[in-house]
Ligand binder design. Structure first.
Ligand SMILES: NC(=O)c1ccc[n+]([C@@H]2O[C@H](COP(=O)([O-])OP(=O)(O)OC[C@H]3O[C@@H](n4cnc5c(N)ncnc54)[C@H](O)[C@@H]3O)[C@@H](O)[C@H]2O)c1
Length: 393
């Protein structure tokens, strides 16, 4: 795959590390940045043969099949439209839009231009999450009835994130987009998200957007996806998920506690891990950040999808659904009510009702709970099917 990269900041470098860090056939042909100096620096660092300060020149370059969009949120729509006009496949970082209206425009543009829109939601491709999704698909934890995803850190690294106009919101749009898509992936992306209840507040920073939020997304089958986000969490970047199924449970810690701990007096002052707040004392590095954050698997899926004319696992439709859920979360935070998720063009299962089958103990009783006591005695809590009375046996 021959690639262009739009942007030369924080995520553009993570992407380039994934793209050129190992021997792969894919090549970055050209990089765009607002200033030629930044574009040249990036090109020098990653041995990219061309650089420019023009988006149009970058996306229409002859040696470009797909364009990795690593620009601030307010530039995603313009960049995607430029790719569609040039007939190139846009692979856009998260969140797809600042709201569902922008995301829908991007989705429609790629479908009209017949190019593949890849949504670069890396955390769904982290090795632990990929494995968890496979575990859920093989039925090991039964039906997922509740999934929780948390992303909290001390706040982003660039000015535009903190400007609501440019970013589209605060911690909800920046971090909630990951959490919402992780929960959708656990619960089942075919199941329709129907309504959202969200608390959000600006607790610490002099900004218009929220720096803390908790939300619940209700799905048509009754499942709940819960997100917890913060830009004021101290102690690094906390990425944790919990999935509760009818037959099992999954707990994931993607970052702060990966089983890798070290102590240093801090004399070297070296980089530890993304958003680490300290470089001395007991620290929690991450073995291979690029891989553990999902970037390698993500690009492999994107390129295979383009080669095989299929949709990647994370595509522009997913980005649009995430934005629609987040729009409802923003509204709910204002109205303090459950707000409907408005998806114009639902492509999942038509209707999945919340109808659970009760487990029978025998002809007359349902089984509520079975437990072995310390004495070894077995205890059964039962419900009479006719009278509804609850009894122990
Ligand atoms: N895990 C992830 O997937 C992840 C992590 C971090 C950031 N991101 C996303 O990546 C995007 C960029 O974030 P970042 O952390 O690299 O930010 P950054 O500030 O480090 O880089 C932003 C880039 O956009 C360019 N830019 C900003 N405003 C522009 C404008 N008006 N016109 C043209 N170019 C402009 C900057 O010059 C820079 O190259 C955002 O959408 C962010 O949400 C994703």
């Amino acid at each position: 795959m021959k690639l262009a990269i739009l942007g030369s900041g924080f995520i553009a470098r993570f992407y380039a590390d994934a793209l050129v860090g190992h021997r792969r056939k894919d090549e970055i042909s050209i990089v765009y940045s607002r200033t030629l100096a930044n574009a040249k620096k990036f090109a020098d660092d990653y041995k990219v043969p061309n650089f420019t300060d023009s988006i149009e020149e970058c996306v229409s370059h002859k040696d470009v099949d797909a364009v990795v969009i690593a620009l601030s949120n307010d530039m995603h729509l313009e960049a995607v439209l430029a790719c569609a006009a040039a007939g190139k496949h846009p692979l856009c970082t998260k969140p797809l839009g600042r709201n569902a209206k922008e995301a829908l425009e991007m989705l429609q543009a790629v479908e009209k231009a017949n190019v593949t829109g890849g949504y670069l939601e890396d955390l769904v491709y982290s090795p632990k999450v990929l494995k968890s999704i496979a575990i859920i698909k093989n039925g090991s934890i039964g039906e997922v009835i509740w999934a929780k995803s948390r992303e909290t850190h001390p706040g982003p690294h660039s000015d535009w994130f903190w400007d609501k106009e440019k970013s589209g919101g605060g911690a909800i749009i920046d971090l909630g987009c990951h959490c919402v898509e992780l929960c959708r992936s656990y619960i089942g992306k075919n199941i329709k998200p129907v309504e959202v209840m969200c608390w959000a507040d600006t607790r610490l920073h002099p900004i218009d957007a929220e720096d803390n939020a908790v939300g619940m997304v209700k799905y048509e089958n009754g499942a709940i996806g819960q997100f917890e986000v913060s830009w004021s969490f101290r102690g690094g970047m906390d990425l944790r998920d919990e999935v509760m199924g009818t037959e099992g449970t999954i707990w994931i810690n993607n970052f702060l506690r990966t089983g890798f701990e070290m102590f240093t007096t801090g004399k070297s002052g070296s980089y530890v891990a993304e958003k680490a707040e300290s470089d001395s004392g007991w620290l929690f590095p991450v073995g291979d950040e690029v891989n553990e954050l999902g970037y390698n698997h993500m690009f492999t899926d994107m390129f295979e999808a383009i080669d095989n004319k299929k949709q990647p696992v994370e595509n522009f439709y997913d980005g649009y659904v995430v934005n629609a859920i987040l729009d409802a979360a923003f509204l709910s935070a204002k109205t303090k009510k459950w707000e409907p998720v408005k998806i114009e063009d639902w492509r999942g299962v038509a209707e999945k009702k919340n109808e659970k089958e009760m487990t029978s103990y025998d002809e007359d009783y349902y089984l509520i709970k079975e437990e072995t006591l310390p004495s070894g005695e077995k205890k059964f809590i039962l419900k009479n099917k006719k009278t509804g009375s609850i009894e122990k046996r």
